[in-house]
Write a protein that binds this ligand. Structure first.
Ligand SMILES: [Zn+2]
Length: 251
C-alpha cells in the first residue's frame, strides 16, 4: 500500500501526459541489466516483460537500421538497446525477444567480457557469439574500459574505440558500426575517431525522438530506469519529451 502511495503522483502524471500528448513517436529505448539488482538503471524481469508486452499490444514496430533507413522511420518505430553486456541479457532478455521475434542492439564493453561489473555477471565471448549468430542481436561497441571519453586524450580515446571495435569484429565475424557513449559522454575528438574508424551511428543518453535525425552520431535514447518505469507508456509518445523540455531535466 505504501509503495503504491509513493508512486501515485508519477502514475497520475503518466496518465495525464499519456492522454494529453498521446501521439506516438519513434524512439530508441535504453536498457541495462534486467534483474533484481538495486541499481537505478536496472529493472526487474517482470516489469521488462510488461513493457515488451505493451510494445506488442500497441503494435509498435521493432526496427534495426539493417532493415530500414532513417528516411523510412515511422511514428510507431522502436529500437531496443542494451548497454554494457550483462549476462541477464542472454539469460532472460534473449528468450523473451525470441518469443516476439524482436531484434535489439547489445553494446558490449569488451574489458568486462566474462567478468563482473557492479557485482553483476557479464556476458562471455561464447554468449556474445551465440547472440550475434541468432540474428536477433546486433552487436555494438561500448569501449574497452567504460570511461568518460570526454576526459581522455586523443590517443586514449582511439584505443578505447578502435580496440573494442576490432575485438568484437574478430569475435562475431561481422562489421561493428554502432557505438554507445559510456555515461553519454563524448567530445569533438570522439566524433572524429568514430567517423575515421568506420562507425555509422552512435547513441547518447538524451531522450529524443528518432524523427528527423540531424546527426547519426548523436542519436538520442529514452533511458529505462527505475524512476522512469511508471512513465513507460508516455515514454513512447510525445508527452514525455514535452514533459522533459518543460522541466528541463532528463531523468
Ligand atoms: Zn555503459
Amino acid at each position: 500500500m505504501i509503495k503504491i502511495l509513493k508512486h501515485l503522483p508519477a502514475i497520475i502524471l503518466n496518465k495525464i501526459l499519456a492522454k494529453v500528448y498521446s501521439t506516438p513517436i519513434p524512439v530508441v529505448l535504453m536498457y541495462h541489466s534486467v534483474s533484481d539488482a538495486q541499481f537505478l538503471s536496472t529493472i526487474p524481469f517482470s516489469l521488462f516483460r510488461k513493457q515488451i508486452d505493451c510494445l506488442f499490444r500497441k503494435k509498435r514496430r521493432i526496427i534495426t537500421f539493417d532493415d530500414i533507413s532513417f528516411k523510412e522511420i515511422n511514428n510507431k518505430d522502436v529500437l531496443l538497446t542494451f548497454d554494457d553486456g550483462y549476462l541477464d541479457n542472454y539469460e532472460v532478455v534473449y528468450p523473451l525477444l525470441d518469443k516476439y521475434n524482436y531484434k535489439a542492439i547489445v553494446f558490449i564493453t569488451t574489458g568486462f567480457i566474462g567478468k563482473k561489473f557492479k557485482n553483476l555477471p557479464m556476458l562471455s565471448k561464447h554468449h556474445i557469439r551465440e547472440m550475434a549468430e541468432s540474428g536477433l542481436f546486433k552487436i555494438g561497441a561500448h569501449t574497452v574500459n567504460h570511461p568518460k571519453l570526454n576526459k581522455l586524450s586523443y590517443k586514449e580515446q582511439k584505443f578505447e574505440i578502435e580496440y573494442s571495435k576490432k575485438f568484437l569484429e574478430d569475435l562475431v565475424g561481422m562489421e561493428i558500426v554502432d557505438f554507445a557513449y559510456p555515461f553519454g559522454k563524448y567530445n569533438e575528438i570522439t566524433l572524429q575517431i568514430l567517423q575515421e574508424r568506420g562507425f555509422k551511428r552512435a547513441y547518447t543518453v538524451i531522450p529524443s525522438s528518432l524523427k528527423n535525425i540531424c546527426n547519426p552520431f548523436l542519436i538520442g535514447r529514452m533511458p529505462i530506469l527505475k524512476t522512469t518505469t511508471h512513465y513507460f507508456e508516455t515514454l513512447l509518445c510525445e508527452g514525455y519529451l514535452k514533459y522533459c523540455n518543460y522541466r528541463r531535466v532528463y531523468p
